[in-house]
Design a protein. Structure first.
Length: 497
């Protein structure tokens, strides 16, 4: 058991890596829009409630669990009860699934880096994105050929991930010192540009004008929890994996608090960047801000390029800044996801980091090519939806119940408090045992109901069955195989502290 395990170079490196994994594309292309359509400034109330009642308690749980057991999700859960190793592999499998499709966005951003040089999207960025960049086919059944520029972008993305992970957490410790602050600085540059444009204030007003009446709608509260969950990279094994590289005495409670606040602060900040630009765009086009507002791929690859073209000067420079921001935001979330998965292999079969990084990329890269075919966009959309709306919610629910009821959680709380300057009260246990599971159950039921009534985006049911449910089910099978394959066992739980 006295096996060697790498550790973070410093506490700062650990916090930076955790922040890097949390802060990602979700902060820029999802938060501002969700906030805007869910009550503007008033949304901050459910959002911070979700942060303190579910986000931070779960961050503490995940980081602390990894640290105590010095294992990634599979063997860590196996310590609680042997068969739970199966669940641990399933949760880590979700992170493998996420990184395989998340890399697609980075591939698109790589390709846009080139198109920015000539502002190639011209006057119709939407048609450009779907027709010239994605060469999107008619529907998921028409997969079509790979789109070569995207394949190159994808290859570059995986090469970067391989190079960063091959030396394990020691190199991650160094890389995050760049990939975390850099996008923040670039966002600040974009903010200054945005705020000094005409119409910016209209945009910000749209973003922030509080609509307190909306707080009466339960849907808004559920959205806040969903957003917190995805944004903090919870329930995917990421924070357990990162926590497992901490020393025994490392402080957790405050690190989780800093990670949570830094992530939400970045989201809020990104809201100003996005909405100042949208305000300007609306002003130029003579339409209302509501007409140019959108989220997801549309925001990053259609609306932002439009705004970039409309800037009075230095368009190419600001275009480059924007796409480099996306790349640096996304890359540390991507390698955190891969690490969350491969760390289980290191724990169980002692495979060194370089080999793990190589083997994973050799399998994941070909699989990710599905998403850069002509029909890839549809499959990307389906897998994303299912993994986030069903996979992570189920995983978070099981995780809370397992740790809340099968793990010596009072001892856990006491030992966390001994290590920390910020003590956790009984409320922490109440959140994990009752509040978070209740909210997650409601979210799950609502998501299932919505999907039952209307197939997502009207995709044919067979496509969501294969791409959506298939992704979740295949990991039940693969997780079982990995659990049953002989290797090092989970460490025994020490109950007393
Ligand atoms: N938190 C990242 C974002 O907001 O973009 C995305 C993400 C990373 C989600 C890791 C889930 C995850 F496990």
């Amino acid at each position: 058991m006295a096996e060697h395990r790498d550790q973070w170079n410093s506490r700062t490196a650990f916090i930076m890596a955790a922040v890097g994994s949390a802060v990602g594309l979700g902060n820029v292309w999802r938060f501002p829009y969700v906030a805007y359509e869910s009550g503007g400034g008033a949304f901050l109330i459910p959002y911070f409630t979700a942060l303190f009642t579910a986000g931070i308690p779960m961050l503490i749980l995940e980081m602390g669990l990894g640290q105590r057991l010095h294992r990634g999700a599979p063997l860590a859960f196996g310590s609680v009860k042997k068969p739970l190793q199966w669940f641990g592999w399933w949760a880590a499998g979700l992170s493998a699934a996420i990184v395989i499709y998340y890399s697609t966005i980075l591939a698109w951003a790589c390709v846009y880096l080139k198109h920015t040089l000539t502002l190639a999207w011209g006057t119709d960025p939407q048609a450009f994105f779907f027709d010239q960049v994605l060469h999107r086919s008619e529907g998921p059944s028409d997969i079509g050929a790979p789109v070569w520029p995207l394949v190159i972008g994808m290859a570059l993305t995986w090469l970067a991930i391989y190079l960063i992970l091959r030396k394990g957490v020691r190199s991650v410790s160094k890389v995050v010192l760049i990939t975390v602050p850099l996008p923040m600085i670039l966002l600040a540059v974009l903010l200054v540009r945005g705020l000094t444009l005409p119409g910016a204030m209209d945009g910000i007003r749209y973003f922030l004008t509080p609509n307190f009446a909306m707080l009466l709608e339960p849907k808004i509260w559920l959205k806040a929890y969903g957003q917190i969950f995805f944004s903090l990279s919870l329930a995917s094994g990421v924070m357990i994996g990162y926590g497992s590289y901490l020393g025994k005495k490392a402080e957790i409670n405050n690190s989780a608090l800093i990670t949570g606040l830094a992530n939400c602060g970045t989201s809020f900040f990104a809201g100003f960047v996005v909405f100042s630009m949208l305000g300007y765009l609306a002003n130029v086009q003579g339409v209302s801000v509501a007409d140019v507002t959108t989220s997801g791929t549309g925001l990053a690859f259609v609306v932002f390029p439009t705004a970039i073209s409309q800037l009075p000067a230095l368009n190419v420079l600001f275009g480059l800044i924007f796409f480099v921001t996306l790349l640096t935001l996304g890359i540390d979330s991507a390698f955190a996801l891969q690490e969350a998965f491969t760390t289980g292999f290191h724990d169980k079969w002692q495979i060194p980091p370089e080999k793990l990084a190589r083997y994973f990329v050799l399998v994941a890269f070909p699989l990710s090519l599905l998403f850069v075919t002509r029909g890839g966009y549809y499959w990307f959309d389906i897998v994303d939806k299912w993994v986030c709306d069903f996979g992570l919610v189920i995983s978070g629910l099981i995780q809370c119940l397992v740790i809340g009821y099968l793990y010596p959680i009072q001892d856990f709380r006491k030992s966390l408090n001994e290590q920390s300057e910020i003590p956790l009260g009984q409320w922490w246990i109440v959140m994990l045992r009752f509040v978070t599971p209740a909210v997650l159950t409601i979210i799950l039921i609502m998501n299932l109901k919505t999907e039952w009534l209307n197939s997502y985006e009207n995709y044919p049911r067979w496509a969501t069955l294969i791409g959506g449910w298939g992704t979740l089910i295949i990991w039940i099978v693969l997780g079982y195989i990995l659990w049953k394959t002989p290797g090092t066992e989970s460490p025994k739980l020490k109950t007393e502290n």
